[in-house]
Ligand binder design. Structure first.
Ligand SMILES: [Cu+2]
Length: 468
């Protein structure tokens, strides 16, 4: 819930008392309230309560930070603090974030706004905030040691600058980044155009990509991991914990994606063609746009894509790296496709009770129900209208429907396909066309049972994450 009870009066009790004596530069008599939000539901767009008008964005499974106007300056209050984030029902993770959540709340301002951001540090170590993509005075850039001292635990710093150009930006610490970003410290920033009709769309979604290394059965990320992450998240959520993006048929839709992981993500949308209309440098000139269905978002980058939602249906939206649409698992397992292990499981079972051999027909785990350690999600799961939806991680669904109300973001349920438009089993109603084979096709070698490379389960037993 967003707590805004005393936001407008600036009477945020504890935080005001803590921070007021430390703030001098802004001459603020009181700090603005720091609203917190603990629900992982997608908050409704936050319409501006003053200042220049703009069309607010929707942060998937997140929220926008309320602000107050003081002497013509938009004031925000971020609190860096430990948080608990639900990645999907059944998994809670200890992270660091801002105002009760990771990622932190989205900050929305208008081109030309003077912005003042108070940052209170409730972490056990120093931090800072870098405003990724902003054109600002060097001393406001938030790089610990280079442009400012670190914000020590218990202290509040104030940043102030003019949001000079419209576009999509991010914020994150530039202090012990390896640790702090691996723990989920990041947030989105949108600077809206001065003229709300410029670049206007009907629905404007924002999401940050982040990744975590969380051992099955545990609750806290390993922060020294360089590359081998096992949970790939959109706004620190994984499928099936991600809400769908909803659009009315014919709506112009923008999706802004920022990447603060350690690798690139080719973001792919089904059933539509889009153009990249923005980067973290600003808007892409019309003459420099081309149609795409996948766009790579490199590390530290932001991409805004736009399209007309002209195809009714439930359309997959996901990172195209297949391991990024899976939840925690081990990847160091042999491929067993084609291996005949008849009889082997029984033999191993005499030595290792409960052992299962899997994967001789492929890796699908859709119908396997295996015991999982506590606080651990299945690798690929989610129930779809046609059975198990074998996805996790960076995956959600764009739901395009006729006749939705403007501003209605509620889940319309599964798409009802017109009769005769769904792929179906062929049951012999006609002559099957022949299936020519490649001229040099050779029969596959017979299964070689003796070549099997069996592997014992890990010390924590059969998790379902050791095999695929
Ligand atoms: Cu990816």
């Amino acid at each position: 819930m967003t707590n805004r009870r005393s936001f407008l009066t600036g009477a945020g009790a504890g935080i005001t008392a803590l921070g007021a004596s430390l703030v001098s530069r802004a001459g603020a008599a009181s700090l603005p309230e720091a609203p917190t939000h603990t629900s992982s539901a997608t908050a409704a767009p936050l319409a501006p309560t003053g200042g220049r008008p703009y069309n607010p964005v929707v942060t998937l499974n997140g929220w926008t930070l309320p602000w107050r106007m003081k002497d013509g300056v938009k004031e925000f209050h971020l609190v860096a603090e430990p948080v608990v984030r639900e990645f999907a029902p059944g998994m809670q993770v200890n992270l660091w974030g801002y105002n009760g959540q990771s990622p932190g709340p989205t900050i929305e301002v208008v081109e030309g706004d003077r912005v003042r951001i108070f940052v209170t540090n409730k972490l056990p170590e120093h931090t800072s905030v870098h405003w990724h993509g902003q054109l600002l005075p060097c001393g406001m850039d938030g790089v610990t040691g280079l442009t400012q001292p670190g914000i020590q635990p218990g202290k509040t710093f104030v940043y102030e600058f003019v949001a000079r150009h419209a576009g999509t930006f991010m914020y994150h610490p530039h202090a012990d980044e390896m640790q702090q970003m691996a723990m989920g410290m990041m947030g989105f920033w949108v600077t809206h155009p001065k003229n709300p009709r410029q670049h206007a769309v009907d629905r404007d979604y924002v999401m940050l990509l982040s990744s975590y290394d969380i051992e099955p059965g545990s609750y806290t990320p390993r922060t020294n991991t360089m590359l081998d992450f096992n949970l790939w998240t959109i706004n620190s959520r994984v499928f099936p914990g991600l809400d769908p993006m909803v659009a009315r048929l014919g709506d112009k839709v923008r999706i802004r994606v920022g990447n603060l992981t350690m690798t690139n993500h080719p973001i792919h949308l089904h059933g539509h063609r889009f153009e990249v209309t923005g980067t973290d440098g600003g808007w892409v000139p019309k003459s420099a746009r081309w149609p795409e269905v996948t766009t790579d978002v490199a590390v530290g980058q932001m991409r805004a894509i736009e399209f007309v939602a002209d195809a009714p249906g439930d359309w997959a939206f996901h990172c195209h790296k297949s391991h990024h649409t899976m939840n925690a698992m081990g990847h160091d397992v042999p491929t067993l496709i084609g291996v005949d292990h008849r009889g082997v499981a029984e033999k191993i079972n005499k030595l290792v009770p409960g052992y299962m051999v899997m994967g001789d027909k492929g890796g699908s785990m859709g119908d396997m129900k295996m015991p999982l350690p506590a606080n651990t999600l299945p690798m690929m799961s989610g129930d779809g209208p046609f059975g198990n939806l074998e996805m996790g991680g960076m995956f959600t669904v764009l739901k395009v429907r006729e006749g939705l109300k403007r501003g209605d973001y509620s889940d319309p349920g599964w798409y009802r396909h017109p009769a005769g438009t769904v792929a179906r089993e062929w049951t012999g109603d006609g002559t099957l066309p022949s299936a020519p084979r490649a001229p040099d096709a050779r029969p596959a070698p017979a299964p070689a049972g003796e070549a099997m490379d069996a592997r014992k389960p890990g010390a924590n037993g059969m998790t379902g994450h050791e095999h695929h």
